[in-house]
Ligand binder design. Structure first.
Ligand SMILES: [Zn+2]
Length: 384
């Protein structure tokens, strides 16, 4: 595997030193709950490679079928993130350990349950909903949580990646052992993946079936997480993040989903983690989550899709909010529109603190000057 042997920027250059000093100052102030400016965090995970894929003209069908290319792309993308000033991430410095993953995000769980997985040239994989009948849902048996359906493809690739990472160093730091990438993103979303939108009607027309089916799928999610938990680890809490819930009314959410989250945690002897990933529009459910699960932090809130100032007003100053600007706005620009959008958000929503912005890898085709304008706007309007 060919890997870069150095950063393409000079770590000792004045502009790099200035950037790094500001980053340290901003993050230290945030961590001590006395923020001087809203931090612009950078997702630094193995799934983040869209901008780098643009730079090298990556065909994603190759990335998802060639383990060596997958690992190389993850490492080189992590290096590039440390060369461009688009977030509060120190530049020109390797992390303690480079993180890697067998990256099939976001399809391992639906693929495991038998949804067809689609690979495309310019984007991450997607899956098709199955539209099963109620009868088929009732009869369905849990696929093997280690090797069932799509997981059978993941296992040998993961083994191959583990071997590649063994003893590997990159830019002076060790490469960690890869995460399997197998996890689930919410029981309700999976019910929709299997049964389709008809499941919304089921909740009114045949609530008994709907209750049974959600619990059945949640029980499988529990088994999936257990099967992929590192040996010897105790189970953590079963989370309530869910990509399918935004179309539920507060009443339906409380009636159908909350009890199932509580039941799986009861079986585990745990309580749910209090942080929530929510990139959708389900803000009307946050007060219920706060009530039942003691919500303390929300990440991936997207502006202007969601009225983040209202979320802050509803939930109070103690909630930690991490927000981003809609990818499409960053992609299409122009820079002044990006600046105005950030201004609008930060003026209304940054509150007294516990507010960060985040930038992921974004959609492919985002011009670099848009990414820079985004960061500059956070610096301009994010000060306290
Ligand atoms: Zn999401």
């Amino acid at each position: 595997m060919r890997l870069s042997e150095s950063f393409s920027i000079d770590p000792n250059a004045d502009w790099v030193q200035e950037h790094n000093a500001e980053v340290r100052e901003v993050l230290a102030a945030y961590d001590s709950d006395k923020p001087i400016r809203v931090p612009m965090t950078s997702w630094d995970g193995a799934h983040m490679h869209g901008f780098y894929a643009d730079e090298i003209g990556l065909d994603y069908r190759d990335y998802y079928s060639n383990v060596e290319l997958m690992l190389q792309t993850q490492l080189e993308a992590a290096r590039r993130r440390r060369e461009i000033p688009v977030a509060d991430l120190p530049l020109g410095q390797a992390p303690d350990t480079w993180s890697t993953a067998l990256d099939m995000h976001p399809v391992p769980a639906p693929g495991w349950l038998g949804c067809e997985v689609l690979f495309r040239e310019t984007s991450v994989p997607a899956h098709r909903c199955q539209h099963l009948s109620k009868e088929a849902c009732r009869k369905m048996q849990m696929p093997d949580p280690r090797t069932g359906n799509f997981l059978g493809k993941i296992v040998p690739m993961w083994e191959e990646m583990k071997k590649l990472c063994e003893g590997l160093t990159y830019l002076g730091a060790p490469v960690g052992q890869p995460w399997s990438g197998v996890c689930q993103h919410g029981v309700f979303g999976l019910c929709i993946d299997l049964r389709g939108e008809d499941f919304m009607a089921d909740m009114y027309e045949d609530p008994e079936f709907a209750h049974e089916f959600i619990l059945k799928v949640a029980t499988w999610c529990d088994a999936l997480e257990a099967a992929w938990r590192p040996e010897g680890d105790k189970p953590g809490g079963y989370g309530f993040g869910d990509h399918g819930i935004e179309m539920l009314s507060p009443h339906l959410y409380e009636d159908f989903v909350v009890p199932v989250i509580k039941e799986i945690n009861r079986r585990r002897g745990t309580t749910p983690p209090t942080g929530l990933h929510h990139c959708g529009t389900g803000t009307h459910l946050f007060p219920i989550m706060q009530n039942h699960f003691g919500l303390t932090a929300i990440d991936s809130l997207t502006f202007p899709l969601v009225d983040i100032a209202k979320v802050r007003a509803d939930l109070g100053e103690d909630i930690t909010i991490t927000a981003g600007i809609e990818s499409e706005i960053i992609k299409s620009g122009p820079p002044e529109r990006i600046r105005q959008t950030v201004k609008e958000l930060l003026t209304a929503a940054k509150g007294k603190g516990r507010f960060t912005m985040q930038v992921g890898d974004m959609l492919r085709g985002v011009p670099m000057d848009h990414r820079i304008a985004y960061y500059e706007a956070v610096k301009e309007f994010g000060t306290y």
